[in-house]
Design a protein around this ligand. Structure first.
Ligand code: GTP
Ligand code: MG
Length: 219
């Protein structure tokens, strides 16, 4: 059955008015995206005979972190400003095995008709100075309420297990030193990031080789 939006009372809006609504809507958006990703992973398993996704983590940003971010960027703490300026209220992190999976997953997500991609930052092609690598997307998707449809933004970070290992430790270190880690630690981290990139490349080429053997066996 097709829903005729023009004929119904259901309106598409970006209207979010209370903290309770923020919580409800961003949690709903995360549930929907998580389910979509699970389905894509299962389909991928059928087609390519391995699970590209190791695991998925989703979280709604803590209210005090949202307020801190608004303040840092010079905005008043209002619901309107949260929704407009904080792109990572809802965040999902997809951890996969190989770098090639990242691009496949990103493409599968972009191809979903109800998901709109707003921005993409490819920190794999262009790593940050710190050495940080990951693929970031800001998307939005419709959440259906009883009387309206609300477009909700979600930040998606896609990275390999190795990239995640590096990012977790780097985050812990920067937190401990409040972003001012001694230079020998920063330089060690940058070198580790290069080792992670090399490891990812070697693991990918190993996997490609064994996949090819698998295909030959089936011929
Ligand atoms: P934020 O204000 O931090 O959200 O950054 P942004 O709006 O410039 O977006 P960006 O895509 O650069 O980063 C968003 C998120 O990616 C951060 O909140 C972190 O979770 C992660 N991230 C970005 N850079 C780094 C980094 O150098 N190290 C680690 N560990 N994580 C990073
Ligand atoms: Mg963030």
């Amino acid at each position: 059955m097709e829903l005729d939006l023009a004929e119904s009372n259901i309106k598409i809006s970006d209207d979010i008015n209370t903290w309770e609504e923020v919580n409800l809507l961003y949690n709903a958006a995360l549930k929907q995206i998580t389910t979509k990703i699970e389905i894509l992973n299962e389909e991928f398993q059928e087609v390519h005979r391995y699970n590209p996704i190791e695991h998925v983590k989703a979280r709604v940003k803590a209210p005090e972190s949202i307020v801190k971010k608004l303040k840092r960027n010079g905005y008043e703490s209002t619901i309107g400003n949260m929704v407009r300026y904080v792109n990572d209220i809802a965040g999902i992190r997809i951890i996969c095995s190989f770098t090639s999976d990242i691009y496949r997953i990103a493409e599968m997500i972009s191809n979903q008709k109800d998901i709109q991609v707003h921005t993409v930052k490819d920190y794999i092609m262009n790593p940050k100075n710190s050495g940080y690598r990951s693929y970031h997307m800001i998307v939005s998707l419709p959440v259906y309420l009883s009387d309206r449809i609300v477009n909700v933004k979600v930040e998606i970070q896609i990275r390999t297990v190795a990239m995640d290992f590096w990012a977790s430790l780097e985050h812990k270190i920067q937190y401990k030193f409040e972003g001012k880690a001694p230079s020998h630690i920063n330089s060690e981290l940058t070198q580790c990031a290069q080792m992670v990139a090399d490891l990812d490349a070697r693991m990918l080429s190993l996997n490609e080789e064994i996949q090819a053997v698998g295909e030959k066996k089936e011929d």
